[in-house]
Design a protein around this ligand. Structure first.
Ligand code: ARG
Length: 482
């Protein structure tokens, strides 16, 4: 006879006539991955115990014992001395068993009015809330890196593309700020998911609520599960509370979209770094050589990030399919929510960290400056714009302003581009006399709009690429990001 839990069969005892096989134990256990929830598990247990004591459901001495035991368990886990047992299935039973070993009956009283079903749902929400806060901060870092590089490149002109064909000149800063918009939306989405994650399942017990006079709102307040006005946020239906994993799916969807944005940036970096473009370089520490071709520098980091996007989107498919057709309330299927969620968090955090540094560089403590971010080749960018006749629309707009209908202007310019192509020069390099053969309205003042700077400056609408607009956007982002 033993008064402590050494194996989980002792958690549900007498009813079972044979032990689990080793294979089934391994198949059903989650401790080797869900132990990562230990801090949230202890935090949730302490909040529950505090409330049980305040409500007179357990005595003050039991509460003190539970606090003491949990402090020791925390120290053991932090030092690596804690022995995680597969036999005890999961993080919850492992910690509870150790608590009972340390403090006796008080440990056995902790689970009053609680089930692992509401416990695990609470743990995952608490843990994910903390991770989302970290990810939101990392997204801010990445946006700042992009804004830093943008600020130095407002006047650098690159080809803007549609269909990957040179379309119109844009400021390189403007191009980078498009990504800042994407990552700002990602942060906004995470803030929104955080609101729905930060609600308390505890008190739902196994599925139906409990016969003890629990104060769920007190526990919510203790755990910081409150809204912007400080009102406690508690899941309002016990069946939903234990079975809902929407927050995990929403988070993974937001993470997938963020990775999709990263993959777009990756793809552009890969193109821009190729010999055909030569627009940018990234620091050597983000590239690798080839084992056979000595001249190669491969953009491994952006390529891997592009690849890892598939992995995160896969986790979204996994989680959403996990929930499909599940009857109420808790089902063991839900144990499968953890690994995809954990891997999504790990992948996203690493990717954001590495991209912040790859784009913006890292701080040199000696100089207080960031170094080793992307290097921009403005000459190559400008040459590429000229090769692509990116100011053709500007010539058409010029003719429209002189009274020609746009469709006719479009046709006139097509002829001009054909001639320039045949001579291997840019439109701005054609002599005035040649240009006037296409339309007599063309005069000396055409060369302003035909220049790259003229073309850029002219796109001075809100959100346009004119340097004046780009500077306004940089100031807005700086104000927002702090
Ligand atoms: N390890 C379980 C999970 O992750 C904890 C909840 C177990 N509940 C149960 N009724 N077996 O979902």
């Amino acid at each position: 006879m033993t008064n402590q839990l050494d194996t989980k069969s002792q958690a549900w005892s007498a009813l079972f006539s044979e032990p689990m096989s080793e294979l089934v134990k391994r198949y059903t256990a989650s401790v080797f991955f869900d132990k990562r929830l230990w801090q949230a598990d202890i935090k949730g247990s302490l909040a529950h115990a505090e409330m049980l004591a305040a409500q007179g459901i357990i005595g003050a001495a039991d509460h003190a014992d539970i606090q003491r035991g949990m402090a020791q368990i925390t120290a053991e886990i932090e030092s690596g001395a804690f022995e995680w047992k597969l036999d005890l299935e999961d993080v919850h039973l492992n910690i509870e068993a150790r608590l009972t070993q340390l403090v006796g009956d008080a440990g056995k009283r902790l689970h009053t009015g609680r089930s692992r079903n509401d416990q695990v749902a609470t743990d995952v929400r608490l843990w994910l809330r903390g991770e989302m806060d970290l990810i939101i901060a990392l997204l801010a870092d990445l946006q700042k890196s992009l804004v830093d590089v943008a600020e130095q490149n407002v006047e650098v002109i690159m080809p803007g593309f549609t269909h990957l064909q040179v379309a119109q000149p844009v400021s390189f800063a403007h191009h980078l700020l498009a990504y800042v918009e994407m990552f700002a939306r990602d942060a906004e989405r995470l803030h929104d998911v955080r609101r729905r994650t930060n609600r308390l399942p505890l008190g739902a017990a196994a599925l139906a609520g409990t016969t003890y006079p629990l104060d769920r709102e007190r526990v919510a307040r203790t755990l910081g599960m409150v809204d912007a006005q400080g009102q406690p946020q508690v899941c309002q239906n016990s069946l939903d509370a234990v079975s809902d994993r929407d927050f995990a799916i929403e988070f993974t969807a937001a993470a997938s979209l963020c990775m999709v944005h990263i993959s777009r940036l990756s793809e552009e970096l890969i193109l821009w770094m190729s010999q055909n473009f030569g627009f940018v370089r990234i620091a050597d520490r983000f590239t690798t050589g080839s084992s056979i071709m000595p001249q190669k520098k491969n953009p491994d980091v952006p390529e891997l990030a592009r690849g890892k996007t598939g992995r995160v989107v896969g986790h979204l498919m996994g989680l959403i399919t996990l929930m499909k057709g599940q009857p109420l309330a808790y089902n063991k299927d839900n144990q499968e929510d953890k690994e995809p969620l954990f891997d999504t968090v790990d992948t996203l955090k690493d990717t954001l960290r590495i991209f912040s540094e790859m784009v913006g560089g890292r701080l040199n403590p000696a100089t207080g400056q960031k170094e080793g971010g992307i290097t921009v080749n403005a000459v190559a960018m400008e040459a590429a714009v000229k090769k692509g006749y990116a100011t053709a629309t500007d010539l058409a707009d010029y003719l429209v302003k002189k009274g020609l209908p746009f469709r006719d202007a479009h046709e006139v310019v097509a002829h001009a581009v054909k001639t320039a192509q045949a001579q291997g020069v840019d439109l701005s390099e054609l002599p005035l006399a040649t240009l006037q053969k296409f339309d007599s309205r063309i005069a000396q003042d055409v060369f302003g709009p035909l220049s790259l700077q003229g073309s850029l400056n002219a796109r001075n609408t809100l959100g346009g690429t004119a340097p004046a607009q780009v500077r306004l956007q940089i100031a807005r982002h700086r104000g927002r990001l702090g």
